[in-house]
Design a protein around this ligand. Structure first.
Ligand code: GDP
Ligand code: ZN
Length: 296
């Protein structure tokens, strides 16, 4: 008889499943093939995959089949994600507008994967040159929800919680932004769990980090991931503008019908930036990055 469960951790040919409040460590059936795009590939099973498995011993089993995936993030090898939470500190380290822009582009290139932005460390107080209300309102205009919070003092976590319940959320962001602290707020026993797993496979303390799915009783599932190595934008000049809905949806018209809103005269976009209708942090990134992209 087979059972159904979700992979919470995939590492070196082992797969941990969460099933009836226990962790089951599995291997994959030798001839198991998994559909990836239009191809079947042998033993490509990832954290977040839903599988059918057979129990062989109390805490061990064999994966018999893998269900089709809703989506898959190649970079971090995680499947079936509902949303990405980008956690940025407002300071220590400095708030990176570049990174924020890169994520906004990256997320538009993955279909149906909503982005939520957390501005962490608000307990430290804002730098005078950052207008967080304005920034949040800029994001809201492009349908990106955001929250100001403190993982350390737990300020505003109650506002974050409803966004996380009954969803699988990948937490991402630069080193030092507070991801581990936030995960610890929701999963105080995480470190202990990691230790248990290492002991079970008899390899002592692990040094490599794996993407791990954490599930708590209130239905919050977070993926603790080593993070996107880099946001590598494989986008050409030709379709760059399509990643900036607020530029294309601006009413009115430019002098040139095919205006790219770069150096062209009488451009409604540049006018809107000067009139503070469009945020400069978005437009400047659009222009600067355009120069670095390939033609096709
Ligand atoms: P990670 O690299 O993203 O996992 O970041 P950590 O969770 O390890 O946090 C980096 C440092 O920032 C640690 O010293 C944390 O204690 C601190 N930190 C995390 N969240 C907050 C916060 O909300 N406020 C303040 N003041 N410090 C924080
Ligand atoms: Zn224009």
């Amino acid at each position: 008889m087979t059972e159904r469960a979700q992979i919470v951790k995939a590492y070196a040919g082992y797969y941990d499943l969460r099933w009836q409040n226990q962790t089951i460590t599995c291997r994959a059936r030798g001839n198991l093939s998994v559909k990836k795009g239009t191809h079947y590939q042998k033993n490509e099973i990832y954290t977040g995959d839903w599988v059918e498995f057979s129990l062989t011993q109390a805490n061990q089993g064999v994966i018999e089949s893998v269900e089709p995936r809703k989506n898959f993030l190649e970079d971090i090898r995680v499947a079936n994600i509902d949303q990405v939470l980008l956690l940025l500190a407002i300071k220590n380290p400095d708030l990176s507008f570049r990174l924020l822009n890169e994520y906004l582009v990256l997320m538009r290139s993955v279909p149906d994967l909503p982005l939520l932005v957390g501005f962490n460390k608000i307990d430290l107080g804002l730098e005078p040159d950052i207008d967080l209300d304005q920034l949040q309102s800029d994001l809201k205009k492009i349908n990106i929800p955001s929250l100001a919070l403190s993982a350390k003092t737990k300020q505003n976590l109650e506002a974050l919680e409803p966004y996380l319940v009954n969803k699988v959320t990948v937490i991402s962001g630069p080193s030092g932004s507070g991801k581990s602290t936030l995960i610890n707020d929701f999963f105080p026993n995480t470190l202990q769990n990691t230790q248990e797993v290492s002991e079970k496979i008899g390899r002592g303390k692990q040094t490599t980090r794996f993407s791990q799915l954490l599930i708590n009783p209130s239905g919050i599932s977070l993926i603790d991931t080593p993070g996107f190595s880099s946001v590598d934008l494989k986008i050409s000049k030709k379709n760059w503008l399509s990643f900036f809905p607020e530029l294309t949806e601006l009413p009115g018209s430019c002098q040139f019908r095919d205006c790219l809103h770069l150096k062209e005269p009488r451009c409604k976009v540049k006018q809107a930036v000067n009139d503070l209708i469009l945020p400069r942090w978005r437009y400047d990134y659009y222009v600067e990055t355009y120069e670095t992209l390939k033609e096709f």
